[in-house]
Design a protein around this ligand. Structure first.
Ligand code: GCV
Length: 656
C-alpha cells in the first residue's frame, strides 16, 4: 500500500548525540508502548540504527517517565536535560506519548529549544470528525475515497495505523469515525453487525490515547427495531437507547460516545415530537452516563426550506434562536458543537453569536479543515489565520477577555467538557489530502487545538520543515500565509459568502443560490448588494453582546471585511480605503488572480528543492487554481458590471 508519510517522514538525518541511541523506559502501559515504537521507528528512519531499548536508567540515554503529579496540567509533559541524558516525563501515558512526539520534532527540525520544555494540551477535547460513509465515499471529501470503509466493510490496514499515529502526533484525542449524516447502513455501526470491527479501531485508537465516537441516527430505534416513533420522552425509546449503550460498552469499554446531527437538513430529531434539543440530547446522554460516555450535539439547525422572497427569516439567526433558550438545560455529559460562523464555513463569516450567548452549557467550536467552500484542496487556502481570528474573538460574555478560546478552553465558564472539533480533509489519495499543501491545515488544526497560543506562521514553518525540510521553507510559508487572503479576494466579497456552484460548492455561480431554499442570499440589485442584518433588517446583530451588537449594526463601525454580511451597501458608496464598493470588487478580483500567478512563479522556483512527485502534484493544483480564479474574477466582475453599469476606473478588461 502506497501512501505518503506526511509530517512523520523520518528520512535520514545527521544525528550524532550518543544519548539518542538508548531509550530507557521507566514506565509502562499500552500508550507508552506506542511512544516507544514511535521513537524506535524515528531513530531507525533517521539513522538506520536501531536504538537500544532498556528498562533501567543508563547514563547517556533518553529516559521515559510517568509522574501523575507533574505540575504541568492534564496529559502534559516535561522534557529536560539531565547531565548527558534527556528525561521525558509525562503526567499520564498520553503525556509521555505527546512528549516523545515533541522531542522528535525538536530533533528533526534541529530547533534545540531551551530545556526544560513544559507543555500540556490547553483544550480538553481535540476532535476529528470524519464525514466518511460506509460505501467508501466521503461527504465533502476532496482526496479520494475513505480509508475507513469500502463497500460497507470496515477496513483495517497499515494506512489506518499511519493515520492514527499522525493524529496522535498532533494531539488529537477523539475521533468520530462516520458522517454526521447517518445513512441506512451506518445506523448499524452501533449494532453487532459492526461492533467487533469498530472495537478493533477503538483498541488501536486507545493505544494512541484517542477515544472513538460514532455519529448516530436519532431515528435508530425506528430503523433498527420496530418502533413507530423516536420521541425522546417515550420511555420505551429511552430504554432502547439504554440497552443499546449497555451493549456497546460491553463490547467496547472505552467507547467515547455519540455525535448527533438532529433536525438539520432533513435528519430526524426531537422537533417532530414537539420536544426540544435538550430533551433529545439528555435522553441519549442518560443512556451513556453510567459508562462515562458523552453526547456531542450539533447546533447546525436551520430552516432549509426558506422562501427567497422572505427577507425577515435569516438563516444566520438560526443556531442562536434554536439553542439560547435551552442554556442550562443540558445534562453535564452533553456538549453543544457550534460551527465557527452562523452560516456554513464560508471564506469569511462573523463568529457565531452562540459563543457569547450560552453560559451554562458545554461548548465545542467546530471548524472545517476539508475545504468545502475554500477551494476544495485544489486551490491553496491555509486556514490557520482564519481559526486564529475566531479563537481570538472576544465575545464579552463575561466582560473583556471572554474570547472564544477562553470559552472552549473551559476558562470563561469553568467547563470541563469543551474544546475543538474539525471536519477532516483526508482520503485515500497517496498524499492523504489531495493537495500536498493542504496537509498543513490537517497538521495545523491539531497543533492549534493542543497549543492555541502558537501563531499560524510558526505552525506553517514547523509543518514545512517536517514535510519538506528547510530548503523550501521561506517560500512555502509565504505561500501558505497569504493564501486565505488571496482566495478571499477572487471569490465572494466582504463577507457576503456563497456565490458558489450549488451542491458542489466549487467555482462561481453568483446567483446559484440566490433564488433557492437554503437561506443564502446576497440580495444584489442594480444599486448595491448585501444583507441588512441590523435591527432595521433581520435583527441578527442583536444576538451579540455589546460592543459588537452596536459595532456590527453601524455601517461606519462595522469591520469592513464583514460589511456585506451585515449591511446592504450601494455600489458607489465609499469604503474606508476611499474606494467605492464596486471599485473594491473589481480591484480585489484582479489582484486575486495576479497573486495566484505570483504563487505559481514562486512554486516553479522550488523545483529541485522538494521531491519531484510532490512538486508535480502541487503544480497541477496551482494551474487549476489559476483557471478557477480567472473564472471567479470574470464572472464576478461581469455580474456586477452588468448590474451596476459602472466601469472599472483602471480600464481593465471586464466582459460585458
Ligand atoms: C455533512 C453543509 C454541507 C453538508 C454537511 C452539513 C453539515 O451543509 O454542505 O455536506 O453535511 O454542512 O455540517 O451537517
Amino acid at each position: 500500500m502506497e501512501f505518503s508519510k506526511c509530517w512523520l517522514d523520518y528520512s535520514p538525518a545527521e544525528i550524532k548525540e550518543k544519548a539518542l541511541f538508548t531509550l530507557a523506559v521507566l514506565c509502562e502501559g499500552s500508550i507508552v508502548e506506542s511512544a516507544v515504537k514511535e521513537y524506535d521507528m524515528a531513530i531507525q528512519g533517521m539513522t538506520a540504527v536501531k536504538p537500544e531499548i532498556v528498562k533501567e536508567r543508563k547514563p547517556e540515554s533518553v529516559v521515559l517517565l510517568l509522574d501523575e503529579f507533574l505540575p504541568v496540567g492534564k496529559d502534559g509533559y516535561e522534557i529536560r536535560r539531565e547531565e548527558s541524558s534527556y528525561c521525558i516525563t509525562g503526567q499520564s501515558e498520553s503525556g509521555v506519548l505527546y512528549g516523545v512526539f515533541h522531542f522528535l520534532r525538536v530533533i528533526r527540525t534541529g530547533h534545540l529549544e531551551e530545556f526544560p520544555i513544559q507543555n500540556a494540551p490547553e483544550m480538553p477535547l481535540r476532535i476529528m470528525n470524519h464525514w466518511d460513509n460506509m460505501d467508501g465515499s466521503i461527504e465533502r471529501g476532496y482526496s479520494g475515497e475513505s480509508f475507513f470503509y469500502k463497500d460497507y466493510e470496515i477496513l483495517y490496514n497499515e494506512r489506518t495505523e499511519q493515520y492514527v499515529r499522525m493524529m496522535a502526533s498532533i494531539g488529537i484525542n477523539a475521533i468520530v469515525i462516520n458522517n454526521v449524516n447517518v445513512h441506512e447502513k451506518e445506523t448499524y455501526l452501533i449494532t453487532d453487525t459492526y461492533l467487533e470491527q469498530v472495537k478493533q479501531y477503538s483498541d488501536l485508537f486507545n493505544r494512541y490515547g484517542i477515544k472513538l465516537f460514532t455519529s448516530v441516527n436519532f431515528a435508530a430505534p425506528m430503523e433498527l427495531a420496530d418502533f413507530d416513533n423516536c420521541d425522546p420522552l417515550n420511555e420505551r425509546v429511552a430504554a432502547w437507547w439504554k440497552e443499546t449503550a449497555k451493549h456497546i460498552y460491553e463490547v467496547i469499554p472505552d467507547f467515547g460516545g455519540f455525535l448527533v446531527k438532529a433536525d438539520s437538513e432533513g435528519r430526524p430529531g426531537p422537533f417532530t415530537y414537539d420536544r426540544t434539543h435538550a430533551d433529545g440530547a439528555n435522553m441519549l446522554a442518560r443512556a451513556l452516563k453510567p459508562y462515562g460516555g458523552i453526547v456531542i450535539w450539533r447546533c447546525f439547525v436551520y430552516n432549509c426550506g426558506q422562501d427567497w422572497r422572505d427577507k425577515k427569516t435569516d438563516r444566520a439567526r438560526a443556531a442562536y434562536d434554536n439553542f439560547i433558550g435551552l442554556d442550562g438545560q443540558f445534562d453535564e455529559n452533553v456538549i453543544l458543537q457550534i460551527k465557527n460562523g452562523p452560516m456554513d464555513f464560508q471564506v469569511r463569516e462573523p463568529v457565531s453569536p452562540l459563543f457569547g450567548g450560552l453560559k451554562k452549557t458545554n461548548m465545542i467550536l467546530e471548524v472545517e479543515i476539508a475545504q468545502e467552500y475554500t477551494g476544495q484542496q485544489i486551490d491553496l487556502c491555509y486556514l490557520l489565520p482564519m481559526w486564529r481570528e475566531i479563537l481570538d474573538f472576544d465575545t464579552f460574555v463575561r466582560g473583556e477577555g471572554s474570547t472564544v478560546l477562553n470559552i472552549v478552553k473551559g476558562q470563561t465558564h469553568g467547563q470541563k467538557l469543551c474544546g475543538m472539533a474539525a471536519v477532516i480533509n483526508t482520503g485515500d489519495d497517496y498524499n492523504w489530502t489531495g493537495n500536498d499543501l493542504a496537509a498543513a491545515n490537517t497538521y495545523g488544526y491539531g497543533r492549534l487545538a493542543m497549543n492555541p497560543s502558537l501563531d499560524s506562521e510558526s505552525i506553517a514553518k514547523e509543518w514545512t520543515e517536517l514535510t519538506f525540510g528547510k530548503a523550501p521553507e521561506k517560500e512555502i510559508v509565504a505561500m501558505l500565509m497569504n493564501s486565505w487572503n488571496t482566495y478571499e479576494k477572487y471569490t465572494s466579497p466582504l463577507g457576503i459568502g456563497w456565490m458558489v456552484t450549488p451542491h458542489y460548492h466549487y467555482g462561481p455561480d453568483v446567483d446559484g443560490y440566490e433564488y433557492d431554499r437554503w437561506g443564502t442570499y446576497h440580495r444584489a440589485d442594480r444599486n448595491g448588494l448585501g444583507v441588512d442584518r441590523t435591527p432595521a433588517g433581520t435583527g441578527y446583530t442583536a444576538q451579540y453582546n455589546e460592543p459588537w451588537a452596536s459595532v456590527y449594526a453601524e455601517k461606519e463601525k462595522c469591520p469592513e471585511e464583514l460589511l456585506l454580511f451585515f449591511h446592504y451597501v450601494g455600489y458607489e458608496e465609499k469604503l474606508k480605503s476611499g474606494k467605492t464598493l464596486i471599485q473594491h470588487i473589481y480591484d480585489t478580483h484582479f489582484e486575486g488572480v495576479e497573486e495566484v500567478e505570483k504563487m505559481i512563479t514562486v512554486w516553479k522556483g522550488l523545483q529541485g528543492k522538494i521531491p519531484s512527485d510532490a512538486f508535480d502534484r502541487v503544480s497541477e493544483r496551482l494551474e487549476r487554481q489559476l483557471a478557477n480564479s480567472v473564472e471567479w474574477r470574470d464572472r464576478i466582475n461581469t455580474y456586477f458590471y452588468r448590474k451596476s453599469g459602472v466601469l472599472d476606473d483602471k480600464g481593465r478588461k471586464i466582459y460585458e
